[in-house]
Design a protein around this ligand. Structure first.
Ligand code: NAP
Length: 164
């Protein structure tokens, strides 16, 4: 199984503010959807509540310490007590995506094989950050730069890093 993180971060590594994304970048949402479609997505409870729904076409796995979370089965999600449990339960999958947020990205940094990073070309106020990518451990293997347009307010670059 390939374990990947997928994230969009500003130049100061900001990824969230007030439990929301700090920007609206439809091109990145499209990239996220295309890249993750068909694969399980693993997220922290706060990110799940920020999205507010299950992501269709993907098994949604939510990490929480709250044993009663989704006890009423209101959402079609799998609830797990930590990253290790998520990985164990998804071992037979081809690729699994860690989709955030900050706490979960931080705790999975030593476990992941690949990082899909969208660099959002701005410096914004944020209260949640992506960890600095250790370039001695990860190698940039692909990138694709895009200019801002009427729908996407900032320039952005899709990057893919793989563990050396
Ligand atoms: N830009 C991006 O690409 C991107 C992607 C995703 C999210 N975000 C942003 O990131 C922010 C949310 O990130 P966050 O760091 O605040 O929260 P988070 O990582 O989404 O979720 C944190 C929660 O996960 C659970 N958790 C964390 N570690 C755990 C462990 N070891 N064992 C069991 N449960 C654990 C806890 O849930 P309980 O409290 O229920 O126990 C904790 O409160 C939002 O602003 C969101 O918009 C940005």
């Amino acid at each position: 199984m390939i374990l990947s993180s997928i994230v969009a971060a500003s130049l100061n590594n900001g990824i969230g503010k007030d439990n929301q994304l700090p920007w609206h970048l439809p091109a990145d949402l499209k990239f996220f959807k295309t890249t993750t479609m068909g694969c399980p997505v693993v997220m922290g409870r706060k990110t799940f509540q920020s999205i507010g729904r299950t992501l269709p076409g993907r098994k949604n796995v939510v990490i929480t310490r709250d044993k009663t979370f989704n006890a009423d089965k209101a959402f079609d999600i799998e609830v797990v007590s930590g990253i290790e449990e998520a990985i164990t339960s998804l071992q037979s999958e081809r690729e699994v995506f860690i989709i955030g947020g900050g706490e979960i990205f931080r705790q999975s940094m030593d476990l992941i094989d690949t990082i899909y990073l969208t660099v959002v070309n701005t410096t914004l106020e944020a209260d949640v950050f992506f960890p600095e990518i250790d370039k001695t451990k990860f190698e940039l293997v692909w990138e694709e730069a895009h200019l801002a347009d009427e729908k996407n307010k900032f320039d952005y670059t899709f990057q893919k890093y793989v563990r050396k």
